[in-house]
Each structure stands twice: as C-alpha cells, then as structure tokens.
Design a protein around this ligand. Structure first.
Ligand code: MN
Length: 483
C-alpha cells in the first residue's frame, strides 16, 4: 500500500514541517503519475513511493525524501520545472532536476563507463543528495527487474548497476545498499555463477546450521558475564555476489572462506571494542594471522571494525566483527547517515553552492587524520576548517576520481596521489594541456602530473596549495632540508 503514513512513521521524530512537506510531495506525485503504469503493470506511483521509502530507511533529510517522491515527475509526466519550483522551491527542484539529468546517463561499455562516472561525480559534487536519490531509485528498479519484458534491457540495467552504482555505493560507504544492488544484479549478469553460489549455500546449509545459533548464545552469555554495558550481538550471511568474488580469489575452495557467517558485536566505545576482543580471545582461540584492526587502520572507504576469526569449539570457524554503534551506522548507511533530516540546510542559490552537504571524501579525510589528531591534537583546527570547505572532483588520466578542497592546484592533487609524486613535481597537465602549478582545478578536470627525479618542493609551492596534506608534506620536506 502506498500510504504516506508508511513513510512518515519511519522517520524518527519528524517535525511538523517535515510532515507537511512530505505529504504535499506525496499528493503531488501521486496525482502527476495517476494513470501511468510501470512495465510490471502496477501504478507508476509505486516506484516513486518505494524510492522515497528507501531514502527514509537510510535516514536522510525530508527534502531528499520529498525529492524521492517527485523524482520522475519532470521526465515521465512532463511537469514543467517552473511548476515544481513554484510548488516546492528551488532546493527540491534542484534535487529532482539533478536526478532527472543523471537518468540520461547510460552504461555502454568500458569507454563510456569512465565518462558516465565522471558526469555522475560532477553532478554529485554540487550536492551528494542527488546521487543518493538516484541510488534509491536504482535499488527499486533492480529489485523489480524481473518484471521487465526486454531481456536486453534487463541485462543492461543489471550491468550498469554492477559497474557504476555498486562502486558508487561502496565509495559512499553504503555497505548494506552495495550488497543489495550486487545480489539483485548478480543473476542477470552471471546466471551460471549465481547458481553455483546458490548450490554452495544449499550444500553447506548456510545460515541454518544449529551450531551457529548455539555459538551466538554462548557469545551473548560470555559478553553478559563481562559486565560491559549496551552491547548488541547479531550475525549476518555474506552476500552472494561478494562470496562469489571471494571464491574466485580462493580458487573456488569454499572451505578457505571463513566469513560466510560473521558475528557482530556492537558496543558504545572504542575501548569496549578492544575489551570485547580480549574477552572473545580468552574463550575462543583465534586463527593466527586473521586479526584485522580496521579501527586503527580504516579501509580506504572509511570502514571501521575489528575482525577476528575464531574456532567455535564445535569444529567450525567463524568471523567476529566488533565495532561501535557509530561505526556500524556508518558501515551500513555511509554518507547517508550524515544527511539526517534533522540538519538544517542552507538554501541553495545560484551564486553559492549548498553548504553542509557532507561531501564525498570528508569521511575518508576525517578518518585519515583521526590518528594524527589523536596523537598530537594539533591538526584539530585544520580539520574543522577543511571539514566545511567545498570539494572539487578531478580525475587521474586513468579515470580515478580524486576529491580535493575547493581551489586546489596540481600540487594538492599530486600530494593526494602520493607524497613521492608531490615531492618530484616537474609540471602538470590539465585536460592534456601544460599548465602552471598555480592553476586552480575545476570539477571534471583530468589532471596529469609530470615528475622528475631531480625536481624538489620550494617554499613558493606553499602559496599555491590549498590542502593541509600538501602543506604538511612541503613543510616537512623544507624542514628536513634546512636541518
Ligand atoms: Mn525512477
């Protein structure tokens, strides 16, 4: 049932304005789509509704939820931009229009792949919410893909999902969404391989074994005994596509994969994470060399947890993941968990980009610096400054996306790639043309650094940098020289 209350009741403590906005968007979209049908035969509005519901579950702001309801009215129902703006204002129009524009990007093989990604990221750099709405739209489309009558189209949509949307979800740290998109797309692209994995699940009785429940109980008891407060335990079954990729790496030997079932222990503080690890290891022997501390050293997408693999004592080996509630929220919902509807957004205007949109990259940057901050405390001020600065997205010649603070130069870019590249910059090209190192980078630029062994940082470079990272490396180098 597409009842607006089904959305509103999912919001934690909605304000009066939230309810008014969402209800208005709901009514508008329902009316606009009335009479239109999806390829599945159901009313088109169901799609808009489910898209908005996905967004609500991720905990984003009410503007994004309203835009989710409205996301197809411009393209599918020929509603004019002016009308949408008059009814809902500039910000909602901006979001809906952004999603509509992304909709015209189609995956057509490797060559277009990088180009599409590039456009996506440029669109995103204005407001990351556009991309998040697009992901919610895609999730519903791929979930209902088997209702699509054309085989070719089904395959195209599934491939596009795996090649473009999954990497984006990953980069945004949205772990749960990544797995859902992968597992829905998997059977369309690799039907045989999908079957193989399903067979493995059946043979191994994965997720149904009694031992698993028994171990879960033992784990819970052990933790209760420890007296640590506010602990939640659960377990999850690995996604099929992710398992398939791991099987490929392990020559299809399923007995070498220990995280098909992973237990999760979620606590309040980082200290508790390490205490839990100690408690677990004192009861169950860990597999040597399998303890991974992603709290001290997060994964590149910002993921944090402690992983350990232990012998359960009943002949099984399981993985245990320990993390704080905050880390858990971030691992599941990533950037979306920072776009809470509670936050007050500054209105979007043409001259000033939207502030506070927690841009891509800040989580990574934050995590990268977290260690330094906790060790010295001196970068805290810098951190706060960059935190709210706008970002610019540029590309390596191979198409990798690098995000930098606004007004960055090729010097900032070089140091972001690697300090060795930074320390040996001889020149730079933007979009294949030689430029001076002072040049300000714009979103979408393809940046290439020319290095020379003999090239060295100079004090002048400090004037041309805008990232703390680059400044720190240059200062470090100059200091060493003077010593
Ligand atoms: Mn749609």
């Amino acid at each position: 049932m597409t009842n607006v209350n089904k959305i509103i009741e999912l919001i934690h403590n909605p304000s009066k304005d939230d309810v008014i906005l969402i209800t208005k968007a709901y009514k508008f979209a329902k009316k606009a789509h009335s009479g239109s049908k999806r390829f599945t035969g159901e009313p088109y509005f169901t799609h808009a509704f489910e898209t908005a519901k996905n967004l609500t579950l991720w905990g984003v702001d009410s503007y994004s939820i309203a835009a989710g309801l409205l996301h197809d009215v411009l393209e599918n129902e020929n509603i004019k931009n002016e009308i949408l703006e008059k009814e809902f204002g500039e910000e909602i129009l901006f979001l809906v229009d952004g999603v509509t524009k992304l909709g015209t990007l189609k995956y057509r093989g490797v060559k277009r792949h990088v180009e599409s990604l590039r456009k996506l990221f440029i669109a995103t750099s204005h407001d990351v919410r556009v991309l998040i709405i697009k992901l919610a739209d895609r999730l519903h489309n791929i979930k209902t893909l088997d209702g699509h009558p054309e085989k070719e189209k089904r395959e195209r949509i599934a491939l596009e999902t795996l090649e473009i949307f999954v990497p984006l979800a990953d980069r945004l740290g949205m772990g749960r969404l990544k797995q859902e998109l992968e597992d829905y797309a998997f059977p369309y692209i690799y039907p045989q391989e999908y079957q193989t994995v399903c067979d493995f699940f059946q043979q191994k009785n994965i997720g149904l074994s009694q031992h698993i429940e028994q171990f879960h109980l033992a784990l819970k008891n052990k933790i209760t005994d420890s007296g640590i407060k506010e602990v939640k335990t659960s377990y999850r079954v690995k996604g099929k596509y992710s398992l398939y990729n791991k099987l490929l790496r392990y020559k299809m030997d399923i007995d070498k994969i220990y995280d098909i079932i992973a237990f999760r222990v979620i606590v309040s503080t980082i200290e508790d994470c390490y205490r839990i690890l100690g408690i677990i290891h004192s009861e169950w022997k860990p597999l040597p060399g399998r303890i991974k501390d992603y709290i001290a050293i997060p994964k590149p997408n910002g993921y944090q947890s402690i992983h350990s693999t232990v012998f359960t004592g009943s002949g099984e080996i399981v993985e245990i993941q320990i993390r704080t509630q905050q880390m858990h929220k971030e691992a599941e919902y990533g950037i979306a968990s920072h776009l809470s509807y509670k936050e007050k957004y500054l209105k979007h205007s043409k001259t000033q980009p939207i502030i506070i949109k927690k841009q891509l990259g800040w989580i990574q940057e934050l995590l990268r610096w977290q260690k330094e901050v906790s060790e010295s405390g001196i970068f805290l001020k810098d951190l706060k400054m960059d935190f709210f600065k706008f970002r610019v997205f540029v590309f390596t010649p191979k198409g990798d996306v690098i995000d930098l603070p606004l007004d960055s130069t090729p010097i900032d870019f070089a140091y972001t790639i690697h300090s060795d590249i930074g320390n040996h910059i001889a020149g730079a090209k933007i979009n294949r043309k030689m430029v001076s190192l002072k040049t300000t980078l714009k979103s979408g630029d393809i940046v290439e650094i020319i290095t020379k062994k003999t090239a060295r940082p100079t004090i002048k470079w400090l004037k041309y940098t805008n990232s703390n990272l680059a400044r720190r490396h240059i200062n470090l180098y100059l200091q060493r020289q003077s010593e």
